[in-house]
Design a protein around this ligand. Structure first.
Ligand SMILES: O=C(O)c1ccccc1NCC(=O)[C@H](O)[C@H](O)COP(=O)(O)O
Length: 286
């Protein structure tokens, strides 16, 4: 799997924490009755809404602050603003999330809910039911530094992306495979991914660049549901990603507004209506 450049220290720390969490418990495999993302996207398109997956993201290594609002209130407000689906960070140490928050959100809303976490192996899937499960192509097979794990699991085999995609589907999840470059895209396609997210955030530098989506998207086959992830800051970025071929957009920070504490319904609505507003402006000008 593509490892490329050195990961940012924050990302190494996230992976170490994830590996430790995923190790701890043996659970029965989940059996999820999932809400379809593609059906939800179709409904949004029919309604004239840009399909936005709005993210409940209390904080992150790159956020300016933390929002302590109740996750259910945030998620219902996002749906009120027209969100097609909700993403919930369940990583506790760096993102302030929890599996319990996801369960409460999924009970409260009727749209698909994505579990956004750093699942490195099959055992990590059985923590909480969700409609979609994130698998990050870059991290498959990545472990924390050998010296910190030597005593615990040095002999454990590393999971392959295709095995994780199959394991997720066996449980009823719709796997969303995240990629950042063409090599990772190739791995995702070889693994049979049908929903692919191109992450504009470079996990080596933690910088976002929307050119990433524009350069990788043309290589994605038409029958794949394609999601633009990260760094979408407003309606102009929404239009840019849609023009580049995004079926849906995953947006956290611009909706959560960690330091501004603004209304997440209004923030979501501004993105959901981004293309309708352009059409109205164009009609006014002609
Ligand atoms: O958001 C971060 O700071 C971050 C740092 C290290 C690894 C992952 C990170 N984010 C996870 C995500 O995938 C984003 O929350 C998601 O794509 C939304 O991005 P944004 O709209 O830029 O908040």
């Amino acid at each position: 799997m593509t490892q490329g450049r050195e990961l940012a220290p924050a990302v190494r720390s996230i992976l170490t924490a994830a590996s430790e969490r995923n190790d701890t418990a043996e659970r029965d495999p989940l059996a999820v009755d999932a809400r379809s993302l593609t059906d939800a996207i179709d409904r949004a398109e029919r309604d004239g809404r840009v399909p936005v997956i709005a993210e409940v993201k209390p904080t992150s290594p790159t956020s300016d602050g933390t929002r302590d609002d109740d996750p259910v209130e945030l998620a219902t407000a996002m749906v009120e603003g027209g969100a097609t689906a909700i993403s919930v960070l369940t990583e506790p140490t760096h993102f302030g999330g929890s599996p319990e928050a996801l369960t409460r959100v999924r009970e409260a809303v009727d749209v698909p809910v994505l579990r956004k976490d750093f699942v490195l192996e099959e055992a990590g899937m059985d923590v909480v039911e969700a409609d979609l499960l994130l698998l990050i192509a870059r991290f498959v097979g990545v472990r924390e530094p050998t010296d910190s794990r030597a005593s615990r699991n040095a002999t454990r085999p590393e999971a392959e992306l295709d095995e994780l995609v199959t394991a997720a589907r066996d449980r009823g999840f719709q796997p969303l495979v995240e990629v950042h470059d063409e090599a990772e895209l190739e791995s995702a396609l070889e693994a049979g991914a049908e929903i692919i997210g191109i992450n504009n955030r470079d996990l080596a530098e933690l910088e976002v660049d929307l050119d990433t989506f524009e350069s990788v998207a043309p290589e994605v086959p038409d029958d794949v549901t394609l999601i633009a992830e990260s760094g979408i800051s407003g309606p102009a970025d929404v239009r840019r990603m849609r023009e580049a071929g995004a079926d849906a957009l995953l947006v956290g920070s611009a909706i959560m507004d960690h330091d501004g504490d603004t209304d997440v319904t209004a923030n979501t609505r501004a993105l959901v209506r981004a293309t309708a507003e352009t059409e109205t402006q164009t009609q006014r000008q002609t």
